[in-house]
Design a protein around this ligand. Structure first.
Ligand code: UFG
Length: 331
């Protein structure tokens, strides 16, 4: 496959690019480098600077590939804002980047005859689920602007697919963490907000302590429950999903998680088995649902996918990556 990865310099886009190249595919990365970094782009990927909100940036790349005799088979969308608390304070920025960005990308794909799209969606579309695990057919009632924008994107893709004959693979991510085994790439940002990297920063002495946001949720230990998936497992599901819709001329909507939930305190306890992690309890953070756990039967059955990494492996790989980053910044 020749794959366009929009947002391929970011965390999940860069890991997916690595897995695509490992599986023998060709990759063109389009990114505006606003949050991603050039050094995260696989050296064998072809890089084009561009902004998803400018249709011409995308059509230029698609047309150049077609003229070179290598038309894009599948386009993947990773260029989104994804921080839940930030979306609560800046909802319009989320609509502009996530919803308007996707609209431009879809117009470009349709104009250039690219029929297959893989889209990063999120467990946040489920809102505050009532069932013990989220299934793809469950009600979607987001409780934060981030989830609302991703749900709007899902719907836009479905309508556009029906009208213009596109195939889509929509993947609803649960909590993604960890780093590539090469340690060349990982979650490398100045302003970290996600639990696993913040635990590792506390373990490495790069921050005083971790704050656990809320101990009064309706869960066994009072802290929020999430389903953590290794970024490499997640990236491999994209490779399978892209090939599946391309080869079968069909659509997929699937959860990607591990199928197991851990509370924030359980994640901290698992980290404490490996490292010393100073922590404190703090008030709730706005926009957090109490519990999100994936049912992953659909991804397993349809894509033949099976996650390979457990929580300890996720924690260890993020720690190793962060330790390496810290050493290189000291040099
Ligand atoms: N948390 C803390 N302390 C921290 C950071 C996080 O206690 O310093 C808690 C949060 O309150 C939450 C849990 O850890 O209960 C996980 O928080 P993250 O910020 O790591 O991730 P979120 O669950 O908010 O969101 C992530 C992705 C979303 C996705 C969601 C799906 O960012 O894109 O997982 O479960 F929708």
């Amino acid at each position: 496959m020749n794959v366009l990865v929009v947002g391929g310099a970011g965390y999940i886009g860069s890991h997916t690019t690595y897995e695509l190249i490992r599986a023998g595919h060709e990759v063109v990365v389009l990114d505006n480098l606003s949050t991603g970094s050039h050094k995260s782009i696989h050296p064998q990927a072809h890089f084009e600077w561009g902004d998803i909100r400018r249709k011409g940036d995308i059509t230029r790349v698609l047309k150049a590939q077609a003229q070179a005799g290598k038309p894009i088979d599948v386009a993947m969308h990773f260029a989104a804002k994804l921080i839940v608390p930030e979306s609560v304070t800046q909802p319009l920025a989320y609509y502009e980047n996530n919803v308007e960005g996707l609209r431009c990308m879809l117009e470009a794909l349709i104009e250039c005859g690219v029929q297959n799209i893989v889209f990063s969606s999120t467990a946040a579309v489920y809102g505050e689920p009532k069932a013990p695990e989220c299934r793809e057919g469950d009600p979607t009632e987001p409780i934060n602007p981030y989830g609302e924008t991703k749900l709007a994107c899902e719907k836009m893709i479905k309508w556009a697919a029906a009208a213009h004959g596109l195939n889509y693979c929509i993947l609803r991510y649960f909590n993604v963490a960890g780093a590539d085994a090469s340690l060349q790439i990982g979650l490398d940002k100045d302003q970290l907000t996600h639990l696993v990297p913040l635990i590792m920063q506390a373990a490495l002495g790069l921050r005083d302590k971790l704050s656990i946001f809320g101990a009064d949720y309706p869960t066994p230990d009072g802290t929020c429950i999430r389903d953590y998936i290794h970024v490499t497992d997640l990236a491999q599901a994209h490779v399978l999903g892209a090939a599946y819709i391309l080869n079968n001329n069909t659509n997929v909507l699937a959860n990607l998680g591990s199928g197991t939930g851990f509370s924030v305190k359980q994640v901290v306890d698992a980290a404490l088995e490996l490292f010393d992690v100073p922590f404190e309890y703090a008030p709730r953070r706005p926009g957090d649902p109490a519990k999100l756990i994936a049912n992953i039967d659909h991804a397993k059955t349809v894509l033949g996918w099976e996650p390979q990494h457990g929580l300890q492996s996720i924690l260890k790989s993020d720690y190793d990556f962060r330790q390496k980053l810290n050493k290189s910044s000291e040099v």
